[in-house]
Design a protein around this ligand. Structure first.
Ligand code: TMP
Length: 283
């Protein structure tokens, strides 16, 4: 292991404050040394530590880090449905959802959809950009199912000519009611520009995911996205993309490979998550 030596460090980067040679080692000194010596793809693994828990949701915890612009998301195996009325555990879900989300977000980023992803730190933990979440659940549907089938009195499985989009107002006290874009703007949940950008990204995500899943023998029925705003106001894809937040049906048999197995007590819940992990990521 390379031992820190102020003189060689000075020679390498051309600056070493005088006080470094006598004073105590400070976090700033450690940061500068890490910045200089650690390759950028390894940085998060060394510098990212969970400091304070900022938030605990139904499926994830969020922690602050030394970097004010980065937080760590930790995925849990806990599952809820029907507004938290049904509770359970899906063993291994946290690790699968974390890795599947990161796998997909990295590809989406390359396809032109900015995301909050920074770096996967472990099986169930990821460093992400700190954002303020736009309080809208953005739901895209390709096939009728779930609340769409219920609200409009149709069977599940009708393939739409074109995808639909809808928003729910993320508000637990109000039970996430459906909301249209005019209402969202009236309530200052987002501006028209932000909503237009969000819709564009949501359909881009749909195009990408639909094709990716079809190649694995899976029909993308519908899914829910959340977006966030970074400190400079940029809209980025946040939250997760996983069997918790999407409906995946086997393209041949129609077998459900998502959280509906938990919601509807269909059995083999863990098996469905594992099957999706294998089909998409080969593990
Ligand atoms: P819905 O048919 O129940 O409205 O669900 C549409 C999609 O949104 C489905 O893929 C599951 C996902 N979803 C969530 O991710 N979180 C939620 O709280 C709900 C109700 C749905």
């Amino acid at each position: 292991m390379e031992v820190y030596n102020p003189t060689s460090f000075e020679a390498d980067i051309g600056s070493c404050p005088k006080e470094w040679e006598s004073g105590p080692i400070t976090l700033d000194m450690i940061d500068r040394i890490i910045c200089h010596y650690v390759p950028s793809n390894e940085k998060g693994k060394i510098t990212m530590n969970k400091l304070e828990q900022l938030y605990e949701g139904k499926a994830k915890k969020v922690f602050s880090t030394e970097d004010p612009d980065v937080v760590i998301v930790s995925y849990k195996d806990d599952a809820t449905a029907f507004d938290g009325l049904k509770k359970g555990t899906i063993t291994g879900k946290g690790a699968i959802n974390n890795q599947m989300t990161n796998f997909l977000m990295q590809q989406l980023e390359k396809a032109g959809v900015p995301t909050h992803f920074v770096e996967e730190l472990s099986e169930r933990e990821t460093a992400v950009k700190k954002v303020s979440i736009v309080p809208l659940e953005v739901i895209v549907r390709n096939v009728s199912a779930g609340s769409f089938a219920k609200h409009y009195g149709v069977e599940e499985g009708i393939v739409f000519d074109a995808p639909t989009i809808e928003f729910s107002y993320k508000n637990d006290d109000l039970h996430d009611p459906l909301i249209n874009d005019y209402h969202a703007v009236a309530l200052h949940l987002a501006t028209w520009e932000e909503i237009d950008q969000i819709k564009k990204y949501a359909f881009q995500v749909n195009d990408f995911l639909k094709a990716e899943l079809l190649a694995c023998g899976v029909t993308l029925v519908d899914f829910k996205l959340e977006f966030g705003k970074t400190a400079d106001g940029t809209i980025v894809l946040a939250d997760e993309i996983s069997p918790d937040t999407c409906r995946f049906w086997d393209a041949k048999t129609g077998e459900k490979l998502d959280k509906d197995r938990f919601r509807r007590d269909l059995g083999n819940v863990e098996g469905a998550y594992q099957e999706m992990s294998k089909r998409l990521m080969g593990k």
